[in-house]
Write a protein that binds this ligand. Structure first.
Ligand code: FES
Ligand code: FE2
Length: 444
């Protein structure tokens, strides 16, 4: 990639096209648990380089306002959250969740100033464990497209959150990079002959393959793309392939292959050009399956207060301390010496620099999905810069809840794509190809 293309792909602040593209989608601001309590502590949230304050009022309504008070720009994060509003500490102006100024203690009785003023309030939706905000045109708010984990059974969404000190795109490239799992995570995802698909234990995900160089096949779709990583299985390699498919749902969601206990989705949300929130969601539509929130965070090495700091979600094992890499453990057989799958990833992503220089890397055949992501997204950013609609927002937008990934054995000669498409997606494809055929048929 040229440096210009790299900037188009990565940068989200100000009027950068990729930020404009993301503003045409609902964006997760935080987990619901971070603002669970009415009149609780307000939360500073930074997204696409903009700061806001998220709070839950006395009636349980969530608001997301510009962080700075419109009076003289003090932070509302320190404000008093009480009696259905957030009151600035400096001179006592008070705001409701819609940004209305409901009190101006510093102005004399009879002043009408407050009725003329409003602070910026972002539209908010609570769904599937997250508070989502709309940062785009307030007169053109898109319908909310609930994520694929919105189909989870009650209490079956577990979320891990970690701060990454680098650009969002290099983290997303990790989410759609099947081949790295066979090296970087090989100690957590060991090969086993007695499983036929990914199988979760308390400490590892077993796999029926030891193949480190998967064949990658990509299929572009209106929402982004899906790809299959096709590996030689340990058993019956002449008759079947071990296939794992991953979906990239533009602009920042990845659906990675499930195991026998839970499905896995990821959100890579740009804080600004050089920081990202990495959310990993383990969920189940089956009330008998899934993993508890505590067990999930423990498995990932992302327990709040132990592995990551409260509020900021910054890592205890980080770039500055070498991720506390344990060389003795490596000699004893652990592949990385770094604890936890996400922290192993973070060591790779953050070591690339704040914004990876893609003009200097050398892609191989196992990087087909990475190549597709880069070209698809910088072109999508170029399209937005020309005033065209953002990827994933125009035409027949499929509900994300209908998108699935697949992993398992596929007999040789069978098309993996058949295993990976829901009935709803198939119906949409059929109607799209029918209208294409109709359009190309010659007129009488
Ligand atoms: S700065 Fe907030 S009330 Fe004055
Ligand atoms: Fe990884």
């Amino acid at each position: 990639m040229t440096p210009e293309q790299n900037d188009l792909l990565c940068r989200v602040e100000g009027d950068a096209p990729m930020g404009t593209l993301m503003r045409q989608h609902w964006i997760p601001a935080c987990m619901i648990e971070e603002v669970a309590e009415p009149d609780g502590t307000p939360l500073r949230v930074r997204l696409l380089g903009e700061n806001m304050v998220v709070f839950r009022d006395s009636e349980g309504k969530v608001g997301a306002l510009d962080e700075l008070c419109p009076h003289r720009r003090a932070s509302l994060v320190f404000g008093r959250n009480e009696e259905c509003g957030l009151r600035c500490l400096y001179h006592g102006w008070k705001f409701d969740v819609n940004g209305n100024v409901v009190d101006m203690s510093s102005e004399p009785d009879g002043s009408h100033m407050h009725s003329k003023m409003k602070t910026r309030a972002f539209p908010v939706i609570e769904n599937s464990g997250f508070v989502w905000v709309w940062m785009g045109d307030p007169d053109n708010v898109a319908e909310f497209n609930a994520p694929n984990w919105s189909t989870a059974a009650e209490g079956k969404i577990s979320i891990m959150k970690i701060h990454g000190a680098c650009n969002w795109a290099q983290i997303l490239e990790g989410a759609i990079d099947s081949s790295h799992s066979s090296s970087l995570h090989s100690s957590n995802m060991p090969a086993a002959t007695d499983v036929s698909g990914s199988t979760a234990t308390e400490t590892a995900w077993l796999r029926p393959s030891a193949d480190k160089s998967p064949r990658i096949e990509v299929e572009k779709t209106p929402f982004g793309f899906r790809y299959a990583a096709i590996r030689k299985p340990l058993v019956d390699a002449d008759k079947q392939d071990y296939v794992r498919t991953t979906l990239f749902i533009a602009p920042f969601t990845a659906v990675i292959p499930s195991n026998d206990q839970y499905h896995l989705s990821q959100l890579l949300i740009p804080v600004d050009d050089e920081n990202t929130y990495f959310y990993w969601i383990a969920w189940s539509e089956d009330p008998e399956k899934g993993i508890t929130q505590d067990a999930w965070r423990k498995f990932c090495g992302a327990e709040v207060g132990k592995d990551v700091e409260p509020v900021t979600y910054k890592k205890v094992r980080n770039y500055e301390n070498g991720y506390l890499q344990d060389r003795a453990a490596m000699k004893a057989g652990d592949f990385t010496g770094i604890y936890g799958i996400p922290c192993q990833d973070m060591a790779m992503w953050e070591s690339m620099g704040k914004i990876a220089d893609r003009s200097e890397d050398n892609l191989g055949t196992s990087d087909k999905a990475i190549f597709t992501f880069r070209t698809q997204m910088y072109r999508a950013a170029q399209a937005v810069a020309k005033g065209e609609p953002a990827i994933g927002t125009a035409g027949d937008v499929l509900p994300q809840s209908k998108l699935i990934s697949f992993q398992g054995m596929v007999p040789k000669g069978e098309d993996w794509k058949e295993r990976n498409i829901s009935a709803e997606e198939q119906a949409l494809r059929d109607s799209a190809s029918a209208s294409k055929t109709a359009a190309t048929e010659p007129a009488e």
